[in-house]
Design a protein around this ligand. Structure first.
Ligand code: AMP
Ligand code: ZN
Length: 115
C-alpha cells in the first residue's frame, strides 16, 4: 500500500535489519526504543489491525513472536517481555499496518508497561 511505512520496510524500499522472518511476518527493532531491545513483529502484507489478519496466519504470527522474543531475551539478558498490540487510533495505533511490540523486561525494572 502506497505511503505505508511498514509496507515500505516489508518490500525493502526502506532498509531495516531483520531480527527474524517467515513467509508472512518479519521482525525489526523499533526506531523509538521504549526499552533496549524494543522490537516490532510486522505482517508482510498490508492489513490494518489484528481483526483483518486471516485466522490461518495465526501459526506464523506465533512463530515470529516466539522466535523474536527468544532472540531478544537472550541478547538483552532479559527476564521477561511484554507483547503489545494497539488496534485503531483510539487504542493508540499510530501506524495503520498491523504490528506487535515486544518489550523486554528485567526483574525490578521501572518500565510503565504493566497491565
Ligand atoms: P503504534 O503506536 O503501535 O502504531 O506504534 C508504531 C511504532 O512504529 C512506534 O513505536 C514507532 O516508533 C515505530 N516506527 C515507526 N516508523 C518506524 C520505522 N521506520 N522503523 C521502525 N519502527 C518504526
Ligand atoms: Zn502497509
Amino acid at each position: 500500500m502506497e505511503d505505508c511505512i511498514f509496507c515500505k520496510i516489508a518490500n525493502g524500499e526502506i532498509p531495516c535489519g531483520r531480527i527474524y522472518e517467515n513467509e508472512s511476518f518479519f521482525s525489526v527493532p523499533d526506531k523509538n526504543q521504549k526499552v533496549p531491545g524494543h522490537s516490532l513483529i510486522i505482517s508482510k502484507r498490508h492489513f490494518k489491525t489484528t481483526l483483518d489478519l486471516p485466522t490461518t496466519s495465526g501459526k506464523e504470527l506465533l512463530d515470529c513472536i516466539k522466535k523474536t522474543a527468544m532472540k531478544i531475551i537472550k541478547k538483552q539478558k532479559a527476564h521477561g517481555f511484554n507483547l503489545v498490540n494497539n488496534n485503531f487510533p483510539a487504542a493508540g495505533q499510530i501506524v495503520q499496518h498491523v504490528h506487535y511490540h515486544i518489550l523486554p523486561r528485567k526483574k525490578g525494572d521501572k518500565s510503565p508497561f504493566v497491565y
